[in-house]
Design a protein around this ligand. Structure first.
Ligand code: BG6
Length: 484
């Protein structure tokens, strides 16, 4: 059966850097469904040939040594281009005609990828609908929507309603590329394909959980977008809350889209809403020095480039276990890690043993870039009386599996082509995530508490954030993983 993968925003950066390289990798590995056509749609006046050439350069650049010109030429025979404006109904009619021609037979499966600027998502879905392109009488029709999905709860609801005018929820794939990361999926495997972790994965054994998404880069050329978004919209509403859900969810009954997403959304529903005083106490915000002078940033901007947020999940499993989330730009290194900090032993026999939870067992899930898992535990140092030292079991993807870890987009694009929405966000999930972030953003806007702390680039965010943790009797696991 023919498959068409239609990219709106075809001349953009995401298409060149991520989408088409991912499709190329899938093709190279023989995973792209047979008879898959890739169709680009954007305002630039390319011919089919010109777009193929343009993509060839990008793919060669981004896939590096895996680029095989002959293989590319084979894939390129199935690449087409439709110049068009998202505002113009006639351009969607032309697209419909082109799709019919290249697909030759019906039914066909179509995936529309909205890689445009976010303000066009609504209009694109309306035009698709009006042109009959969402109608499933000729085969399955799906739409993938990039982040950000709205800028707050109201806009996300509005966008969901608009999308649902023509697409049913099961046709809608809201992307969060963190769910495409191997290590994030492995967290599901770690928890639900093993018996040894689940019995201790709860308030009886866990003191707290830390989720850090640190980036070494600053906002660079994205300052224009970033200044109106800030770290909570850019990273927390989507990626960090996804990591919270996967870490905290109950076992779904099946690995199927709705079963998985039902459990995930329950986690968000159980997060205790933060109100004024909680926000002053349990959130923390920072901005790296130099941000306010960057091009594209409003002078005197108060946009946070770093935040730390303490959340409580009010359910049986997690009652009393804080989840600390933090993320920032211009930090010491690039690392995404989930730290499950266990409690200290209830009665310590050894004078040299762990004194508090920060010295107790710890499970560190390295999401990136040193993908792996470390379990830290106490060991007796030989020939040294009863001296103890923390050592670890150290699992590393590179050592165990060799080879390159695929880009998140590969898995996600393939899942969308095959109709598996397990790793995509559902409407209620996105709205619940905004429901958690909105009050924080509103309070930060309204009040000068917590104060915005300025931090030097290259550190773990503001120094005060270390103190903020220390005041709660805990400490951040500041660790730049060693890559090898
Ligand atoms: C994006 C954010 O969603 O994720 C960026 O908009 C951020 O600001 C990026 O840099 C991080 O993704 P990754 O995969 O590099 O961790």
């Amino acid at each position: 059966m023919p498959h068409s993968f239609v990219i709106f925003g075809a001349s953009g950066d995401l298409t060149h850097r991520k989408l088409v390289p991912a499709l190329y990798h899938l093709f190279r590995k023989g995973r792209l469904p047979k008879d898959t056509c890739i169709v680009g749609f954007s305002r630039t006046e390319f011919t089919h040939e010109a777009w193929r050439n343009d993509l060839a350069k990008a793919v060669a650049r981004y896939v590096g040594a895996d680029f095989d010109a002959k293989l590319w030429d084979t894939l390129a025979q199935n690449i087409y281009y439709q110049p068009g404006d998202i505002g113009e109904a006639k351009d969607f009619a032309a697209l419909a005609k082109l799709l019919k021609e290249i697909e030759k037979t019906s039914p066909s499966t179509r995936v529309y990828y909205l890689a445009t600027a976010p303000q066009f998502y609504e209009q694109a879905t309306q035009q698709l609908g009006k042109a009959g392109l969402a109608d499933e009488s000729g085969g399955q029709r799906r739409v993938i929507i990039e982040k950000p999905f709205g800028t707050d709860l109201a806009s996300a609801k509005h966008l969901n309603d608009a999308v649902h005018t023509f697409f049913r929820e099961r046709q809608v794939y809201r992307i969060d590329h963190y769910l495409g990361k191997e290590t994030v999926q492995n967290l599901l495997v770690l928890r639900f394909a093993n018996t040894i972790f689940e019995p201790i994965w709860n308030r009886n054994f866990i003191d707290h959980v830390q989720i850090t998404v640190a980036e070494e880069v600053d906002v660079g050329r994205r300052a224009g977008y970033y200044d109106s978004a800030g770290v909570v919209r850019d990273m927390f509403q989507n990626h960090l809350l996804q990591l919270v859900m996967i870490t905290a969810m109950e076992a779904p009954v099946r690995f199927e889209a709705d079963a998985v997403r039902n459990e995930k959304v329950k986690v968000l529903q159980a997060i205790r809403p933060l109100t004024g005083a909680d926000i002053h106490r349990d959130t923390f915000r920072g901005q790296y020095r130099g941000y306010a002078d960057a091009e594209g940033v409003k002078p005197g901007s108060h946009t946070a480039t770093f935040a730390a947020i303490k959340l409580w999940i009010d359910n049986w499993r997690w009652q009393g276990v804080p989840f600390y989330l933090r993320s920032g730009k211009a930090m010491s290194c690039r690392t995404t890690q989930i730290v499950v900090q266990f409690r200290e032993p209830p009665h310590m026999l050894f004078a040299d043993g762990p004194k508090d939870a920060s010295e107790a067992n710890r499970l560190v899930i390295q999401v990136q870039p040193a993908e792996g898992i470390q379990l830290q535990f106490e060991t007796k140092v030989p020939d040294a009386g009863m001296r103890l030292r923390q050592t670890d079991f150290d699992f590393r993807y590179q050592r165990e599996f060799r080879g390159v870890i695929p880009e998140a987009y590969e898995r996600l694009l393939l899942d969308a082509l095959e109709g598996d929405a397990s790793l995509f966000a559902r409407a209620d999930e996105v709205e619940a995530a905004w429901g958690i972030c909105d009050p924080i953003l509103a309070e930060w806007q309204r009040s000068d508490q917590p104060a915005l702390q300025i931090y030097e680039p290259g550190l773990w965010g503001p120094e005060e954030s270390t103190q903020w943790m220390a005041d709660q009797g805990r400490q951040w696991f500041d660790n730049c993983p060693v890559l090898h």
